[in-house]
Design a protein around this ligand. Structure first.
Ligand code: LRH
Ligand code: MN
Length: 426
């Protein structure tokens, strides 16, 4: 399934006049407030988010999984689906693969296909939280932290293999997330588990090409429910520091205990030059992997405020890996991802409207009310005409969701693939 550019141009025709009116009105207002509207639009257009290869089919829980039909049944079809997302949104120009769920059968063919759709290969993810049928060791009691040297070595070798796969595709980062931990008090020696993990990560780090990064993802619980070895940003930071300059932390928004101040975590990790990237999603309770901005859009805006400040003031922090990590239980996966991409662009656009100099001055004056007025003034701005402009300039759809439905994409995928295809992933 490939969406032709002219289909999008035709679809945009009926909305273009309304867009131009809204855009001109907003651009005039923002220019009068001292904003460089063209600079904001080009920042939005350049902002590319990697789509998780494991989230292009229906997700599920232990209580059930309900398909949407027409799911991609191989990596080629997954790249095609990301191509559909990118042609409509013009902001999904990358994929993050999960190994072994997405081992390419033909590297050149998959690179050509991705290249033809203007899709790059972002971070590759290792998987030492599931046992592979031909594996000699089990990860039941952990992988890089396991008390068994043989298990740790198997997990280290897997990560080195994942680096090789990514290197052949042009990826420049390895994401390591460990399920390692315990379900009951006394089950683990915390220090041994942590030190084993550090030593194992160092062995993996030694296999990292010079221009690569290692992204250490933390999570407080699940699938272990008493302790997790890499439980929070502090553990991830210590392990990254223990590896070296090419190792960074990865912030998955759903991996925080209730009421955590994620924007403060993001701010300090940037200050320390150790923030490597994001897994964007949203959640109400746990690691719910819901649509970005669907539950806490203001929190997402506050995170982007810190990111914009960091991008302006923290040259010590590298360019970030922007990725989505979601799971779709009740929404069409492609519609869910389109809404997430929109929410990310919206939060970034609103954060770019914050007058950082005025905010800094009000903070120095302890003018608390003015600080909030500056933030919420930006947050209350309807920035959608800016997002539309950024998409239009790159040949995207004015409204990707409406275009996706008007072009009847899901039914075309079902006609092409049938109703019984199941995508690999969670
Ligand atoms: C763990 C996680 C991790 C992935 C997995 C699919 O919860 O966020 O990033 O490996 O989801
Ligand atoms: Mn994640």
């Amino acid at each position: 399934m490939k969406i032709q550019k002219e289909h999008i141009v035709n679809y945009n025709k009926k909305g273009i006049e309304n867009h131009n009116q809204n855009f001109d009105f907003l651009a005039n207002k923002l220019t009068n407030q001292g904003n460089d509207v063209n600079a904001i639009v080009s920042k939005l257009a350049d902002f590319q988010v990697a789509i998780p290869s494991w989230a292009l089919g229906a997700g599920g829980t232990r209580f059930g999984r309900f398909s949407f039909f027409g799911e991609p049944s191989n990596l080629e079809q997954k790249i095609e689906d990301i191509g559909v997302l990118h042609s409509l949104t013009q902001t999904a120009g990358a994929v993050s693969l999960h190994i072994p769920w997405d081992i390419p059968s033909d590297y050149n063919a998959i690179k050509e296909k991705a290249n033809a759709l203007d899709i790059k290969f972002d971070a590759v993810n290792s998987n030492t939280f599931q046992d592979q049928k031909d594996a000699s060791e089990s990860y039941k009691y952990g992988s890089l932290s396991n008390t068994s040297k043989a298990v740790r070595e198997q997990a280290i070798q897997h990560n080195l293999d994942v680096i090789k796969i990514g290197d052949k595709l042009g990826s420049k980062a390895l994401t390591v997330w460990l399920a390692d931990g315990s379900c009951f008090p006394g089950q683990n020696n915390f220090q041994t588990a942590f030190q084993n993990t550090q030593d194992s990560l160092i062995d993996i780090y030694k296999g990292l090409p010079n221009d690569w990064k290692m992204l250490v993802e933390y999570k407080p619980y699940e699938p272990n429910f008493y302790s997790t070895v890499i439980q929070d940003w502090g553990a991830s930071l210590m392990l990254a520091n223990g590896c070296g300059d090419k190792a960074y932390t990865l912030v998955d928004l759903g991996h925080h205990l209730p009421n955590s101040n994620i924007e403060q975590i993001v701010s300090i990790l940037q200050l320390k030059g150790k923030l490597g990237g994001f897994h964007f999603n949203d959640s109400k309770y746990g690691d719910d992997d819901l649509t970005v901005g669907s539950i806490k859009p203001y929190a997402l805006f506050l995170i982007f405020n810190e990111l914009v400040y960091g991008m302006q003031n923290n040259p010590q922090n590298p360019d970030l890996a922007w990725m989505i990590d979601a799971s779709h239980n009740v929404k069409d996966p492609l519609e869910d991802l389109i809404q997430s991409l929109e929410a990310i662009q919206e939060a970034y656009a609103k954060a770019l409207l914050i007058d950082q100099a005025a905010l800094k001055a009000a903070q120095i004056d302890n003018d608390v009310v003015k600080c909030q007025e500056i933030l919420q003034g930006a947050y209350r701005t309807d920035v959608r005409p800016l997002l539309e402009k950024a998409r239009l300039e790159r040949g995207g759809a004015l409204s990707p969701i409406q275009a996706y439905r008007a072009l009847d994409v899901r039914n075309s995928l079902i006609k092409e693939r049938g109703k019984n295809t199941v995508a690999t992933g969670l």
